[in-house]
Design a protein around this ligand. Structure first.
Ligand code: TRP
Length: 450
């Protein structure tokens, strides 16, 4: 990712790369299905609040740490703790991030493999004029096959590793420059399509945006917070690792805001596409991880030119997943390769291979291991997802905000944020000291007490 000078070539490229990290399966696949499982409106509001109140300050904090440390997250934390006369134990943030990264990458690759498989199915025209029963059974048959899931998991992981091994540099920059606008265009097109043809657009909007108090539970807020961390790529050093390559002159706060807004728009658009289709076809909004893989083929299968648009869409989703997967592995790869312990390529292959093995558990949890539970009532896939997104990322977020709020040398902080007015800097420090960590803590406490 670093060119010869080890920097992004401009602020725009950083924003695109970080948005490429943020925008991915979290927006298009996970946001709609978790929203559906949690009753809609209340969940969406909690999610938006978490993005604004917890996510944005922590994103700024991560970029600050990355650019001030200019190394992998583990080393940046060591360096900054030393320069701030803080306990070297703060490097735990970097280590936890590497562990969370393994877990996330492992199941991320399995689901991204589904998108890759659906790209091929779409191109073959398997969904032309399909109905909801057939779309559902096609999906059930697909995930019921361990061989196929492992094959596509392997294919996606290989693609990702080949790119990261080369050093993602110019390739990533080019990819995101075309990918982001393309994805955006297709999403908007699909929203119009859903609005014009589903006949259930308002029902979809109503589900997403009107809170029904009876659906409210401490649990939904907890899951909304996990989703906020996941979708913004926060809490494990991914954005920190990208921040390490941000030129000194670029504004951090405005970049974070742009990334957060782009990411949120993509998630909301995805929901506005998927829910009308769900209601128009009597599907269950709470269907789980298969939601997008049943509803979107239905949409494309019954639309003029759907084979082409559908193929293009799954191609873009696959690309969006690759730019995200790259960032998930970056903290570990940057750490392994920075001290020249291993070459960049060898580090990438090693990390990818280990995550691939862990991913087998998730691939099998949809078929032959679907009775096996790791956490109570949770399959291997559900457990990986829960432990990383709902536990490790928020916990990493607490540590990051506390470190930047309380321990990071004030000179370092203000020199990184020299462009922001002092009232904003003060409110940022306040929210990193109290609001963000307190909010995360409260949400976790509420969940485990109730
Ligand atoms: N944000 C990405 C998505 O929504 C996934 C992702 C990339 C991620 N990097 C991450 C999640 C780091 C957590 C941490 O698909």
């Amino acid at each position: 990712m670093n060119n010869s000078s080890g920097m992004w070539s401009s602020r725009l490229i950083f924003v695109l790369a970080a948005a490429g990290s943020a925008v991915g399966l979290g927006n298009i696949w996970r946001f709609p299905y978790v929203t559906g499982e949690n009753g809609g409106g209340v969940f969406v509001i909690a999610y938006l609040l978490c993005i604004a109140v917890i996510g944005l300050p922590i994103m700024i904090a991560e970029i600050v740490l990355g650019r001030a440390g200019r190394s992998s997250p583990i080393s940046s934390m060591q360096i900054l703790a030393r320069r701030s006369y803080a306990n070297s134990g703060w490097q735990l943030i970097g280590w936890m991030g590497v562990i969370a990264g393994f877990m996330i990458l492992s199941f991320y690759s399995v689901i991204a493999g589904w998108a890759l498989a659906y790209l091929i199915k779409m191109m073959q025209g398997l969904f032309v004029e399909i109905d909801s029963v057939a779309a559902e059974s096609l999906f059930e048959n697909f995930i019921g096959s361990p061989q196929r899931l492992i094959f596509w998991h392997t294919a996606f992981m290989s693609l990702t590793i080949i790119i990261t091994a080369r050093g993602v540099g110019r390739g990533l920059e080019k990819a995101v420059k075309f990918l982001m606008p393309g994805l955006f265009f297709l999403l908007v097109l699909l929203v119009f399509w859903a609005a014009a043809t589903s006949g259930h657009f308002l029902e979809g909007l109503d589900f997403m945006f009107s809170p029904k108090p009876e659906d409210f539970s401490g649990d939904s807020v907890f899951l909304a917070m996990g989703q906020a961390f996941f979708t913004l790529s926060l809490g494990m050093g991914a954005i920190m690792a990208y921040g390490a390559y941000l030129p000194q002159s670029s504004g951090i706060a405005s970049s974070a805001l742009t990334i957060g807004v782009l990411d949120t728009i993509v998630a909301l658009l995805s929901g506005m596409i998927i829910f009308p289709i769900v209601f128009a076809n009597q599907l269950e909004p709470s269907a789980g991880p298969g939601l997008m893989f049943v509803s979107l083929p239905l949409a494309f299968g019954n639309m003029l030119g759907g084979q082409i648009f559908g193929s293009l869409f799954f191609l873009l989703v696959t690309f969006a997943a690759i730019t995200s997967a790259i960032s998930i592995s970056e903290p570990a790869i940057a750490w392994l390769s920075e001290k020249r312990r291993l070459s960049r390529a060898a580090s990438a292959y090693l990390i990818g291979f280990l995550a691939w093995i862990l991913g087998l558990g998730s691939a099998l949890s949809f078929n032959i291991m679907n009775e096996f539970t790791l956490l109570p009532d949770k399959t291997f896939f559900d457990s990986m997802d829960f432990l990383s997104n709902n536990i490790l990322l928020p916990f990493g977020g607490i540590l990051i905000s506390l470190f930047v709020g309380w321990r990071l040398d004030k000179e370092i902080l203000s020199s990184q944020l020299s462009e922001v007015p002092s009232w904003l800097l003060k409110s940022l420090v306040f929210s990193l000291r109290f609001v963000a960590p307190g909010g995360i803590f409260l949400v976790i406490a509420m969940t485990f007490v109730s």
